[in-house]
Design a protein around this ligand. Structure first.
Ligand code: SF4
Ligand code: SF4
Length: 370
């Protein structure tokens, strides 16, 4: 096989050196010119690139930071390359040795999905007032169905060549004793993904070795929101993560929450959607997906307070719909939903405080506070 490298960053040197040792004929590094992609005349510190031009059968190995891969695949396709594989971004780190199995072939005719989030556990130990996922008012334990999750990942693999970011969340994912399996399944389906476990951090213990070791092996990190109770636990969490080689990403302190629902549904969907940060937060349910979590989670509020907020069936997309392809799904995920009329553009903030099922009231979510 003959292959050229395309990418940027420190990893390209490591890959170049690997190719020199492997049985692959190393054609050199592709350089981006305004109109074309050309083989560079050499690579600093490595041998001069082959004089040959690229044949359609030659492979291109993409080596770059994760955020750049979507652009790079489109660029290569536009330049006529069809045989494309990538080396996952985490091979840059110590402990990841490149082998022939490290390269992941893709079908460049498929698009890449930028983001999904998924509820590993729907309920939560912290129970913040006005939780946007309504986890504070759930009294029974609800966990994501692992077999369905694997099936849905497989379906997403048919629709997309990759996913930039996967956030396993809730609720509190550490409540689910199967969390490690979810992390491993996500990594196995999408080697390109930046995988995060979104947690308040309070339940992490030193002896959760299956979770910690799996996360380290899968290069999955914790995304921790710094709520007031988390402040006291964060240094312990940091120590545990360091010991197990798990990355820890911590938000700035969160002392305020925001109420955002207009129960009258009097908002203009296009207007609210245009400035809503959640419009990029595709939510994966059981066999379905929606632009954000709201249409799939609002039944929790409806059930608790009998508020009857309607869900338009068009807001929740069946992943298995006949004839659905990745491009069509992206198109549908990138437009306002009927539900957006229930979200206010100007939100009402209030200080963070706990409010479990006994204390929470419907007004906690109302933009008008009543
Ligand atoms: S920590 Fe608070 S905001 Fe996060 S899921 Fe739990 S209750 Fe909701
Ligand atoms: S329903 Fe629409 S406006 Fe509301 S959070 Fe989701 S994307 Fe944003």
């Amino acid at each position: 096989m003959r292959a050229a490298l395309y990418g940027k960053g420190a990893l390209i040197r490591k890959t170049y050196e690997y190719l020199e040792r492997s049985g692959v004929e190393n054609l050199g590094v592709l350089e981006d010119r305004v109109e074309d992609l050309v083989l560079s005349e050499g690579y600093p510190g490595a041998r001069q690139a082959d004089e040959s031009t690229m044949d359609p059968d030659d492979a291109v190995i993409l080596v770059a930071e994760n955020a750049w891969l979507s652009f790079a695949v489109k660029r290569l396709c536009a330049a006529g390359f069809e045989r494309i594989c990538y080396l996952p971004y985490y091979y840059e780190e110590e402990g990841y040795e490149i082998s022939d199995d490290s390269f992941v072939w893709i079908d460049p005719t498929l698009p890449r999905l930028e983001y999904i989030e998924y509820h590993v556990a729907w309920n939560c130990n912290l129970k913040c007032k006005g939780c946007t996922h309504f986890s504070n008012i759930l009294e029974k334990e609800i966990f994501g169905d692992f077999d369905q999750f694997c099936k849905d990942l497989q379906r997403l693999q048919e629709l997309f060549w990759g996913i930039y970011k996967i956030r396993l969340m809730g609720g509190e994912p550490l409540l689910n004793p199967q969390l490690a399996h979810f992390v491993a399944a996500a990594r196995s389906a999408f080697p390109d993904a930046d995988i995060r476990v979104v947690s308040n951090g309070l339940l992490l213990r030193e002896d959760m070795e299956d979770v910690l070791d799996t996360m380290a092996a899968c290069d999955a990190g914790f995304d921790v929101s710094m709520y007031p109770p988390t402040r006291h636990a964060i240094s312990g969490m940091d120590k545990i993560c360091r010991k197990h080689g798990v990355k820890l990403f911590v938000t700035p302190e969160v002392n305020e929450f925001r109420a955002f629902l207009d129960f009258d549904g009097a908002q203009k969907p296009e207007e609210v959607y245009a400035s809503c940060p959640a419009r990029h937060c595709a939510f994966l349910g059981a066999g379905v997906i929606s632009t954000c979590s709201m249409p799939q989670l609002i039944p929790i509020l409806n059930e608790r307070y009998s508020c009857g907020i309607p869900v338009d069936p068009g807001d929740i997309i069946d992943l298995y719909e006949e004839g659905l392809d990745g491009e069509e799904l992206l198109k549908r995920l990138r437009r306002p939903m009927a539900f957006c009329r229930f979200c206010a553009k100007e939100q009402r903030s209030f200080p963070w405080e706990p409010a479990g099922p006994g204390k929470a009231v419907l007004a906690d979510w109302s933009v008008y506070g009543e």
